[in-house]
Write a protein that binds this ligand. Sequence first.
Ligand code: DGL
Length: 275
Amino acid sequence: MNNQPYLPADRSIGVFDSGVGGLSILTAVKELLPNESFVYLADQKNNPYGGRSVSEIKKLSSKVIEFLIDKKVKLVIVACNTVSVNAIDYLRSKFSIPIIAVVPVVKTISEKTKTGEVLVLSTPATAKSQYLKNLIKKFSNGKKVHVVGTSRLEHLAEKGIITGPKVKSAIKASLSIIKNSNIDSIALGCTHYPFLTKEIQKFVGPNVYIYDSGGAIARRTKVVLENEKLLSEKSNEDVLYTTGDDKEFERVLKKILGKDFDRLIKKIKKANLES
Ligand code: DGL
């Protein structure tokens, strides 16, 4: 079941996250590769992943990838930093399908900073991972890298709350470090956060740059598809699955995608990973 010797180009790309956050990646990939089709899985029944143990994250993400392989996808995008930094080696050793994994853009912020002080904002499980420590060691190039792990921002975005007093106070609490530092570049190390970029920008001010992983993952996906001769020439309809409540999923997607909802979302279905 884990081996797919023949992967025709017109198959969909599988994308997953614990919830709606991965849509920030899906939309970036879709924009660069409009001829591709997608199967998205939001594992909302088990959301959030960010407070879970490494073994739980491995188990849950394995089940999701099995589901996507069952849907005959040609490639999997792990649109969840928490899964990537805690389980990517395990997942790549278990599955032979090409897997692209989103991780915080430590290299980018370390290259872009003028002050030499940067911040990675992520879930607690990403913040404490050895993988992130290694990324920082490898790419920070002498820059001072702060790491803040929080679950509050993910929680709000997952409920479709991307503006208003709750968001403002969660941002204030999570980014208090900004005020007494010279941080000028922030990496959004959770795929839910790009939906809060406007509010984060208001809080940190115009001189702090905010980077997410969408563009990098889209470019990487293009390269992998080209190398594997898997670029599609014509897209089919995307399907979005949730292991949670499909009506609630749709409500939240409408909130976070706004006017893009009708253009981007056609089919929402319920998934049961137990069967
Ligand atoms: N969106 C996920 C990430 O990028 C995490 C959300 C969660 O805690 O489940 O890490």
